[in-house]
Design a protein around this ligand. Sequence first.
Ligand code: F6P
Length: 422
Amino acid sequence: MPKTTPKNALYAQSGGVTAVINATAAGVIETARKHRRHIGKVYAGRHGIVGALQEDLIDVSRESLATLRGLRYTPAGAFGSARFKLKGIEQNRTEYQRLIEVFRAHDIGYFFYNGGNDSMDTAHKLSQIGEQLGYPITCIGVPKTVDNDLPFTDCCPGFGSVAKYVAVSTREAALDVASMARTSTKVFVLEVMGRHAGWIAAAGGLAAGKAGDAPQIILFPEIPFERAAFLARVKQSVERQGYCVIVVSEGAATADGKFLADAGTKDAFGHTQLGGVGPVVANMVREALGYKYHWAVADYLQRSARHIASKVDVEQAYAVGKAAVELAVRGANAVMPTIVRKSSRPYRWTIGSAPLAEVANIERKLPRDFITTDGFGITAKCRRYLEPLIAGEDYPPYVGGLPAYVRIKGVGVRKKLPPFGR
Ligand code: F6P
């Protein structure tokens, strides 16, 4: 067998974190350790690509085995994440050059970038730039996003757990409002994430066991919001069932593309910060129909809810991390491991891969045939797609009544380069 000189690997978390992104980190780290012939040390960017640019790297080998094992059941980004977009090389050569300098200084030959659409774009650009700057680097995008909007993969790690949290919370809150409705609250509104894609909102629909069950209304970003039709449906539901549960996506918008709630700020990627549509919709109901309401914004609770994570999601999150390393050591470059559905009932899946060049910057929306004709619910086809993704529980260990999550020590790698100013 020809002798290969091992290169170090850099793992970085990017964008909005999830309940299971650290399971992916565990998949990368544990698998890298099994490939010593190719991979030397594993470093992690402290706060993702920002840490990489600042040469602020964490030496993962300094973490205890207990901590590394605990990553599998700890939510959020253990190494810190970042919303930071690298522009095209023409506009910002210095950042790319700096990254390659950091890679060169620390003998990094593998880059595993764990993120969503924008991160796949960055990983793709980096793979090209390494070549151009004479320091070839293996770049593997590792999928993650609660929004479930990456193309080519059947689902995205992180989504199944958010879907489960939203379905569970919708079912529970619906029982509450049904109890109160005769004399008090008649409407409950749950706002969920998902940006421009209605996958998370659709998951709320899983709460319903039969026709007429809550949620009686789901407001999807894919369906233009019409006030009159919406209010008529709320009224009908209160008259028929006595109450109405509404799941609204943060990306719900009118036909002219105007979000019902636009927080007025943009993030580093230029995305409009969404949030607050729950109270907007609830007020609309009270003003027009006079019903007493409660509303909740699931916000970070939904994407950090590791205590009620989907077992399938945890397994898939780990599997894409493992597959990323296996692809890299087999010589693949500029690809993303994907989840391939082989059947829905029984649910069977395997790992595939897709070229980053094709994944980057594409948003996969909820198909129209996943939404009922009236635009307010999910179809049987959508249910068939969603159900397996929330299957099974994978409880973290509990100590003193609380989940015993781990925190990394985060020992830094000795810097070798002058600071990089921004
Ligand atoms: O992209 C994932 C996501 O959770 C979106 O659903 C949400 O709009 C966004 O991140 C929130 O991002 P941040 O935590 O940066 O405000």
